[in-house]
Design a protein around this ligand. Structure first.
Ligand code: C2E
Ligand code: CA
Ligand code: CA
Ligand code: CA
Length: 280
C-alpha cells in the first residue's frame, strides 16, 4: 500500500485494486445472469487441413455483461471455476451447443461434430453423466457428434472419479479430447491411462511453426507421432498462416482450427457455414 501525500488516503497498487474490484463485481454479477440470458455461444469451425472440408465446430462461451459489455471467457471462466458457477454455466453451454448442432445438416461426408469445453470442476460434478445424457436426449444430437474437451489438469485432480465419468460418457458414443495438450503437467505416457480419443495441439506449439525458425518443429512432430502411436487423432488450434497449416499436414496432423480459416462465428453465421458445406 502506498500513501497518497495530498490527502493521506492509503492506496493499493491500482492494478491490484482494480483486479480485486473486478473479481467482486463479476462474482456478484454471476447471480441471475443465466436467467437473464446474458451468456451466448460462438462457434469456431474446424476443418480438414488437407482439402479444407468442414468437420465441425467448437462452442465458445461469451458473456454480455450489463455494464461491461461483451466479455471474453478468459476474464470470467477462471472465476466461474473458483466460485463453482462453472457447473450451472457449463450445463447451459452443453445444452445450447447440442441444441444448435442438432439443427445443422450433415455434410456429404457425414455429420458435423460439436466440441464443448468442460472445466475440471465439471468433470468431478456428480451430475455430469446425467447432464450429458440429458443434453443429447433433449436435443436429439447423436452422441457420435459430440466431443468434450477436457484439460490435462482435470485428469490429475481427481483421476478415479473423472475416468469413471469419462467411461460412462464414452458409452454414449461421445468422444473425448484433451485440450491445450503440452501446457500442463501430464505426459503422453500418463495419457495412456485415460479414456481419450483426440489430442488438441495447443496454440503455443502451433505458433512455433510460423516463420523461419525451425527449432520448435521437432517438439510438434514428436507430439503428433506419439499421438498416432497411442491411436489418438490430433486437432491443431490457433492456426494463423498457411505455413503453419502446411507444416502440420506434412507432420501428420489432419484437422485444425484457427483465424487463418475462420474466427469464432455467431450461431446464425455458423449455421449458414454448415448449410453451405452440406449443399456442396
Ligand atoms: P480454448 O479451449 O483453447 O479455445 C481456443 C481459444 O483460442 C478461443 O478463445 C478461440 O477464439 C481462440 N482462437 C482460435 N483460433 C485462434 C487463432 O488462430 N489465433 C488466436 N490468437 N486465437 C485463436 P476464447 O473463445 O477467448 O476462449 C478462451 C478459453 O476460454 C478457451 O480456450 C477455453 O479454455 C475457455 N472457454 C471458452 N468457452 C468455454 C466454455 O464453454 N466452457 C469452459 N469451461 N471453458 C471455455
Ligand atoms: Ca477448447
Ligand atoms: Ca484449446
Ligand atoms: Ca488453447
Amino acid at each position: 500500500a502506498k500513501s497518497n501525500g495530498k490527502n493521506g488516503y492509503a492506496m493499493f497498487e491500482p492494478s491490484m485494486r482494480s483486479r480485486a474490484v473486478e473479481r467482486l463485481r463479476l462474482t456478484n454479477a454471476f447471480d441471475g445472469a443465466l436467467e437473464r440470458e446474458e451468456f451466448y455461444l460462438e462457434f469456431q469451425p474446424q476443418f480438414a487441413l488437407d482439402g479444407g472440408r468442414l468437420e465441425g465446430f467448437e462452442a465458445l462461451v461469451r458473456w454480455h455483461h450489463p455494464t461491461l459489455g461483451a466479455l471474453s471467457p478468459m476474464r470470467f471462466i477462471p472465476l466461474a471455476e473458483e466460485t463453482g458457477f462453472i457447473v450451472p454455466l457449463g450445463r447451459w453451454v452443453l445444452e445450447r451447443a447440442c441444441a444448435a448442432a442438432a439443427g445443422w445438416p450433415a455434410t456429404p461426408e457425414g455429420a458435423l461434430t460439436m466440441s464443448v469445453n468442460l472445466s475440471p470442476r465439471q468433470l468431478i460434478d456428480p451430475h455430469l453423466v446425467a447432464d450429458v445424457a440429458g443434453a443429447l436426449r433433449r436435443s436429439g444430437l447423436a452422441g457420435e457428434q459430440l466431443v468434450i474437451e477436457i484439460t490435462e489438469t482435470s485428469l490429475v485432480t481427481d483421476a478415479r472419479r473423472s475416468v469413471d465419468a469419462l467411461h460412462k460418457i464414452k458409452k454414449m458414443g461421445v468422444r473425448v479430447a484433451v485440450d491445450d495438450f503440452g501446457t500442463g503437467y501430464s505426459s503422453l505416457g500418463q495419457l495412456r491411462n485415460f479414456p481419450i480419443d483426440i489430442l488438441k495441439i495447443d496454440k503455443s506449439f502451433v505458433d512455433q511453426l510460423a516463420g523461419e525458425r525451425t527449432d520448435g518443429f521437432g517438439l510438434v512432430e514428436a507430439i503428433i507421432r506419439l499421438a498416432h502411436e497411442l491411436d489418438l487423432s490430433t486437432v491443431a488450434e490457433g492456426i494463423e498462416d498457411t505455413a503453419q497449416r502446411e507444416r502440420l499436414t506434412q507432420m501428420g496432423c489432419w484437422s485444425g482450427q484457427g483465424f487463418l480459416m475462420s474466427r469464432p462465428l455467431s450461431q446464425r453465421v455458423a449455421e449458414n457455414v454448415a448449410r453451405r458445406a452440406a449443399s456442396e
